[in-house]
Every structure is written in C-alpha cells, then in structure tokens.
Design a protein around this ligand. Structure first.
Ligand code: HEC
Length: 230
C-alpha cells in the first residue's frame, strides 16, 4: 500500500513536471525569433519582410504604438507584441485586422488625418493571419540591376516609408507618396543620405532595420540615372 501511494505521488509529480516543460516550449507562444526560408514562396506572406515594415511605418511611430507612447496601452513593435491582437488563422476575428478595415473613421487605424492602409497592404495582413500568422522570413529576391522607379523604388518606399511620409502625415515635412515629391528628395541628396545613414542626415527608415545593401544600391542607381519616372 505504502509503495502504491508512493508510485502514485511520483506519477503525479512527473505529470506536473511534464506539463510545465510543455508550457515553456509551447510552439504556439509568440517568440521574436523568426523561422527563415532560403527562398520566398510567391504564395506566402512573410512577417519580417511583408508585414512588419507596414506596421512599423503605419502604427509603431512615435506618438502612436511605439514602446515609448503605447497609445491605448497598445505596443506594436515586435512579433510578440503584435500577436496580442492577432488570432492566428482567423483574420476576421483578429483585432489588428478589424481596426484596419473599420469603415468608421472614429475607430479606424491608422486614424484620420492619416490615410487608411492600401487595399494591397490590408490584403497582405489578412493573408498572413489566415496563413497562420507565423513569425517567418525569407531571403528576399532583390536584384540590384533592377532599379526602375516602378520596378524597385516605389514598392520599397510604399512598404517601408510612406506610412510616415504621406501627404497627410509628412514626417520631417517629406512626402514620399508621389513620384514628383520623391524626385525632389532624390535629387537634393536627402533620400540617399538618409537610407545610407550618411552623417548629417536622419537615418531612415526611422526606428527600423537599415535597408539591405541591395535596396540601397537600387535607390542609388536610380538616382544616378536622374531619378526618372520609369
Ligand atoms: C516611423 C516613421 C518613419 C519611417 C518608417 C520613415 N521615416 Fe523618414 N522621417 C521620419 C521623421 C519623423 C523625419 C523627421 C526627422 C526625424 O525626426 O528624424 C523623417 C525624415 C526623413 C528624411 C529627411 C532626412 C534629413 O536628414 O533631412 C528623409 C529623406 C526620409 N525621412 C526618408 C525616409 C525613407 C526613404 C524611409 C523609408 C526607407 C523613411 N524615411 C521611413 C519618420 C519616418
């Protein structure tokens, strides 16, 4: 009898220990370490290259949802903080998605006078959530020999800069949402100076990782070609 009780207690303790171990290694708990694929699948949306830049430049700015401001207690600066507002696999029931599609300007994010996210940005976030909201990344296929405005520069600016540099919220009085206004900062040296982190310029994108060497080269070559609308 004594032995049996002992065995039972031992089993309960073992089960509890296992439960605890399971808890700490739960694969579903948000971790800020992303899983990396060497190639980018065109059917997948990646957190690191597709989603985070949109959130960085449209939600996590100073005065909004950065670590210092945390407007409404909401911080959106990393995978783990963003996941508090995401139900993996179910965009429709994710707070993050609900607020970006809200048609009531009083509830929509980003709030007026900022523009809503574009349909393409909303679709990306929706697809990422519905694909499981993974902390995934891939080696982006950036070709430094492709440096047209429409084929390289514009998309990069829209993903990583325009949230803070639109007509309605021009950070530092700089609007990067139209070709004409991008051309001005391209030709006066500010665009390259800021993304290359040259001294005398504010390093951009603000509060985010520096652009890749390939992206910087694309912009540099486009400017050297006269910043054409090509
Ligand atoms: C989170 C908001 C934010 C993002 C994202 C951002 N910027 Fe800025 N940017 C600012 C603010 C605010 C300023 C004004 C100067 C400052 O506060 O550093 C500024 C200033 C600039 C300037 C003027 C720099 C100077 O020294 O005169 C340029 C050019 C610029 N940004 C380009 C970019 C580009 C290109 C990107 C994307 C690769 C980008 N920014 C991303 C907020 C942002």
């Amino acid at each position: 009898m004594q032995n049996r009780n002992y065995l039972f207690t031992a089993l309960v303790v073992a089960a509890l220990l296992l439960a605890c171990t399971h808890e700490t290694t739960n694969p579903n708990s948000p971790s800020n370490t992303s899983t990396f694929s060497s190639t980018c699948s065109p059917d997948s949306v990646y957190f690191v290259s597709d989603v985070l830049p949109i959130i960085n430049s449209n939600c996590a700015m100073s005065g909004c949802h950065d670590a210092a401001t945390r407007a409404d207690g909401v911080q959106l600066t990393s995978y783990s903080t963003i996941m508090k507002y995401v139900r993996a696999g179910n965009a429709a029931r994710s707070k993050l998605y609900e607020v970006i599609i809200d048609t009531d300007p009083g509830d929509r994010m980003p709030p007026p006078p900022r523009s809503p996210l574009t349909a393409a940005q909303i679709a990306k976030i929706q697809k990422w959530i519905n694909q499981g909201a993974k902390n995934n990344s891939c080696a982006s296929v950036c070709d430094a020999n492709v440096f047209t405005y429409s084929g390289a520069v514009k998309t990069m600016l829209e993903t990583k800069c325009v949230g803070c540099h639109s007509a309605t919220s021009p950070g530092g009085n700089i609007n990067l949402s139209t070709y004409a206004s991008v051309r001005t900062v391209a030709l006066n040296g500010k665009l390259y100076g800021s993304i290359a982190h040259q001294t005398g310029f504010s390093p951009m994108p603000k509060n985010s990782a520096k652009l890749s060497d390939c992206e910087i080269t694309q912009v540099q070559r486009w400017i050297a070609a006269g910043a054409p609308n090509n």
